[in-house]
Ligand binder design. Structure first.
Ligand code: GLY
Length: 425
């Protein structure tokens, strides 16, 4: 199978690694890619923007791709999957309308309401709303306030704060961008990321994971795209995954079919596990980053065949998934000043940088002289695997200690609350 992956981050590096390990893969390509991917795939760095549907179709045709796997949300929401399907190419990823589950928080709320799925109460504030209207809306929520950019923000447009001034400032900042704001009630309880392969009404869950979204230890600092993740979750009830599938993902998949826009791809349910069980914080229309890097490290089922089963509408007859009996963890090495204004262009050194079993590249590039340099906010994802979560942590942190990047930082407490039994339901 000739496969093209669209994207350039740690998630796509993990997907490439999984696809390369499947004997069904004969040829692997990526666009635009990053410096860590050259050993796994042909990198098409200048094939056009990832949300340029014509450019992506042209590249897929050029390389005679049998399957295109779309990593990030921007091309999905832009309808790149539809253009590829129209061109007769199999695609892993939902079409434009189904991707609205991520692209519009308001649309996602409507679908959840119709499907009877538990989620936070929400109200939308449009740009131009007068100050009294905004103050009155804030009175109906918080503290704690959850203020979201109701556009595409890659997980970075959310402010969760007990301070009214900070909530007001984020409302103003989002409106300044011309986007609507979504105010949501705060959902208490530990967060769960559950990725489900969805093919119409067929839903197959992957292992549950937990992301760490704040920049610094003890959940301090600003929200980020995610600073580290681990899987599976030792504190989740034994029926936890099945409950999320039954109470959230299957009803949503059925509602999308009922609307005539069936979902095909990866549905990422971001949930809080409260007193009554799972409640949806948000949906994403793609694999999550950095949870995917940990989850795929434990998947034994060949990945190309699995994603192709979704793309070709045959997921229902795919064999059950096989998982390694272990824990996996990923720690993000972030550039100086991430997430506000990450510094790029710093040289990265370390012996393990080319070992995809331990290091996945997220924001890297190579200079003309061959130096590996930082090229984004989240620079590397360090993987650890072990028979216990504590062992997986030791594995990852031993590797990250061997890598040098001036000004970089990482969280030292990924999965620590779970290891220390501090997560209670
Ligand atoms: N893990 C957060 C995201 O992928 O949006």
């Amino acid at each position: 199978m000739r496969i093209l992956v669209i994207g350039s981050g740690g998630r796509e590096h993990a997907l490439l690694k999984g696809l390369a390990a499947d004997p069904a893969t004969t040829d692997l390509h990526v666009t635009p890619g990053n410096a860590g991917m050259a050993g796994l795939a042909t990198v098409h760095a200048d094939a056009g923007k990832v949300d340029d549907a014509d450019a992506m179709v042209a590249l897929a045709r050029d390389i005679a791709a049998d399957l295109v796997v779309i990593g990030p949300e921007i091309p999905l929401v832009a309808g790149v999957a539809d253009a590829l399907r129209d061109a007769g190419i199999r695609v892993f990823g939902p079409g434009r309308q189904a991707a609205q589950l991520e692209g519009s928080k308001k649309f996602a709320k409507e679908v959840m309401e119709a499907a009877g799925v538990a989620t936070a109460r929400a109200e939308q504030l449009l740009p131009g709303a007068d100050p009294a209207e905004i103050e009155a809306a804030l009175d109906r929520f918080g503290p704690t306030w959850v203020v979201k950019d109701d556009g595409l923000a890659g997980g970075k447009g959310v402010v969760v704060t007990p301070e009214r001034e900070a909530a007001l400032a984020h409302v103003a900042a989002v409106h300044e961008l011309g986007n609507p704001v979504l105010l949501e009630s705060f959902l208490d309880g530990p967060e769960v990321s559950l990725f489900c392969l969805v093919d119409g009404e067929t839903v197959v869950p992957l292992l549950p994971a937990q992301d760490h979204k704040r920049a610094h230890d003890n959940d301090e600092g600003p929200n980020t795209g995610g600073m580290g993740a681990y899987t599976p979750l030792p504190w989740l009830p034994a029926d936890g995954v099945q409950r999320i599938v039954d109470e959230v993902c299957v009803p949503v998949a059925k509602e999308m079919v009922r609307r005539g826009t069936p979902y095909s791809g990866l549905l990422y349910a971001g949930l809080a596990w409260g007193a009554d069980g799972p409640s949806v914080v948000e949906f994403n229309a793609r694999f999550g980053d950095p949870e995917t890097q940990a989850v795929l490290a434990l998947l034994e089922t060949p990945l190309a065949g699995l994603l192709d089963a979704v793309a070709s509408g045959t997921l229902a007859s795919h064999p059950p998934l096989a998982w390694r009996d272990a824990y996996a963890l990923t720690v993000v090495l972030a550039a100086a000043d991430y997430p506000a204004s990450p510094r790029t262009g710093d040289v990265i050194t370390g012996d393990m940088l080319d070992d995809a079993a331990k290091v996945l590249h997220a924001g890297t590039s190579r200079t003309d002289s061959g130096d590996l340099v930082s090229a984004g906010g989240r620079v590397l994802n360090i993987l650890g695997v072990g028979p216990t979560l504590a062992a997986a942590r030791e594995d990852a942190y031993a590797t990250i200690a061997e890598i040098d990047l001036d000004g970089s930082f990482y969280r030292t407490d990924i999965a620590l609350p779970a290891v220390e039994g501090r997560i209670t339901l």
